[in-house]
Design a protein around this ligand. Structure first.
Ligand code: ADP
Ligand code: MN
Length: 516
């Protein structure tokens, strides 16, 4: 009875496929009106005998379903509505799985596909339900911690003598359990059990709780997916096509969602696939940086690339769309240089137009925190500082690069060390503004670590000299900056007069290496 009522309460699925009649519980067509819990329960009272019959048959059905909610032989049949709801959910799940199979069969590998989406049941499940059962124990929103209709003190009982009521009392527990159902996710319909003094056994409650969690998580994930697909819509159709191609080719397994949306780029997370065409190994997790093709965002960054001699010749000939691609290309080249020098940074996987795929810094879809967001012990802070000092020197000397946007925003803390990211704007030191960029980087780093309590941290001028190997002696910022600009001008004049840039600013030996 309960099952029929609930099945009918599910929204009409419309003209479902033929296999529907093969459902283990028969087609849900016995009743056409939806029932409230109150209706069902009062009917139960009226037709007690008939119900007992059905109740007797019920555990069998449960056993046949082999759902995750089976807790033992003695299923509490007074809560058959709840059980029926659980069964219904299981049924819906199977229904949807079958629907997906039908959909697949019909569509085959046709380019135009028909979606059965609208025939889906109340819970539009995603395909992998298996992991649900593992992590339902999550206690962040434990209903046990929420409101209690009757409180049992710590000692575990109320009352005196033979009127004593322990917290294990069936009736009290049952009511409590019923009330706790209120704490399940709002989408999980529990009916009006409280209003009618429904007593839920611990066994049934626990099964329900577990089930409610599964459903909550499922719907949370679904939400996530929805949000992600919205983020996907934030990229233009051409970019989406590029991304889909990467998935279709098997290079990527799935694009799970958006990690960051900045002014100049959108970064997605993806699981790497097993590409047959690429001979290099795709990292298990990837970050996809999509450079935005809304062109005006890049206007104020012109100087980074226009004056970079590596791109100078090409720049004038290019249309704005291609300039965006050059940003992606620049990031790729810079990352490769860094990789070769052994600097911790994302590894380039592939570049397609304005879309750069690289290895993901982080784990299980969670990106490593930026240095600005992580709280390090003073020991780690010191370690991070020396590591960055080293990296800046390597970047300058081995990669012949200045990061040009170095700060706690573009350094990630992962695996006990600092990783450099976001190097699309990085330039060679002899870039007309290269030394100014370096000085700015030094200021950011120096200030961050001085504020962070690293006593050993050099000030920005000392750091600049340590990285560049130059020996600028000015003891104040204004003079220091003036000397930097003089050096840059000297280089420009050299280009004017000799048609080529200076190979390096420093000619008096290697800079001192700072290390622990
Ligand atoms: P933007 O120019 O928008 O700042 P970033 O390269 O700094 O671009 O990327 C934006 C954010 O995306 C970063 O702050 C970081 O949180 C995340 N991110 C970028 N690349 C990766 C990566 N390879 N692994 C993990 N997270 C990344
Ligand atoms: Mn950044």
């Amino acid at each position: 009875h309960g099952l029929g009522g609930v099945a009918a309460a599910a929204p009409d699925a419309g003209p479902g496929p033929a296999w529907q009649s093969k459902c283990p519980w028969g087609a849900p067509s016995t009743t056409s009106i939806s029932c409230s819990l109150a209706d069902v329960m009062s009917e139960q009272l009226a037709k007690e005998l008939q119900l007992e019959e059905e109740n007797a048959a019920f555990p069998e059905v449960v056993a046949a379903a082999e759902g995750p909610f089976i807790t033992g032989e003695n299923i509490d049949t007074s809560s058959d509505l709840m059980l029926a709801q659980m069964l219904q959910m299981e049924f819906d799940r199977e229904y949807d799985a079958q629907l997906r199979r039908e959909e697949k069969k019909i569509n085959g590998d046709s380019k135009v596909s028909i979606s059965f989406e609208n025939y889906r049941k109340v819970h539009p499940y995603d395909s992998d339900s298996s992991e649900d059962e593992v992590d339902w124990q999550d206690t962040r929103h434990d209903p046990y911690r929420a409101d209690k209709p009757t409180t049992t003190p710590r000692r575990g009982f109320i009352g005196k003598g033979k009127d004593i009521t322990t917290k294990h009392d069936e009736v009290v527990c049952g009511r409590k359990n019923t009330a706790r159902m209120e704490n399940f996710a709002p989408e999980f319909q529990v009916g009006d059990g409280i209003g009618m003094d429904l007593k839920l056994s611990n066994q049934v409650f626990n099964a329900l709780k577990q089930h409610a969690y599964s459903e909550e998580r499922r719907s949370a994930r679904l939400h996530e997916k929805k949000e992600h697909s919205t983020a996907e819509k934030a990229v233009d159709p051409k970019t989406r096509l590029l991304l889909y191609k990467m998935v279709n080719s098997g290079m990527l397994e799935t694009i799970t969602g958006c990690i960051s949306t900045g002014k100049e780029s959108v970064v997605f997370h993806a699981y790497g696939g097993n590409s047959a065409t690429e001979d290099k190994v795709i990292p298990p997790e990837c970050a996809i940086k999509v450079f935005k093709t809304t062109l005006n965002e890049f206007k104020n960054r012109d100087k980074y690339i226009k004056d970079d001699y590596r791109f100078k010749d090409r720049f004038s000939k290019l249309n704005p769309r291609k300039i965006i691609r050059m940003w992606a290309e620049k990031e790729m080249h810079n990352l490769t240089r860094m990789q070769n020098a052994g600097i911790p940074c994302p590894q380039v996987v592939i570049l397609k137009k304005h879309v750069l795929v690289m290895s993901f810094i982080g784990q299980d879809q969670v990106p490593a925190p930026k240095l600005k967001d992580v709280t390090l012990s003073s020991e780690d802070m010191k370690k991070a500082y020396y590591q960055i000092l080293n990296m800046m020197q390597q970047l300058y000397r081995e990669c012949n690069l200045v990061h040009a946007d170095l700060s706690e925003y573009n350094m990630l803390w992962h695996d006990g060390k600092v990783w450099l990211i976001d190097v699309s704007q990085s330039v060679e030191p002899t870039h007309p503004h290269g030394l100014e960029f370096l000085f700015r980087d030094c200021r950011n780093v120096s200030q961050f670590f001085q504020k962070g309590g690293v006593a050993e941290a050099l000030n920005e001028r000392e750091l600049f000299n340590a990285v560049s190997g130059l020996n600028i002696t000015a003891d104040n910022e204004v003079d220091f900056q003036a000397e930097i600009e003089a050096l840059e001008k000297m280089n420009e004049d050299h280009v004017q007069n000799h048609g080529k840039k200076l190979s390096t600013f420093s000619s008096d030996g290697d800079p001192p290496i700072y290390d622990e």
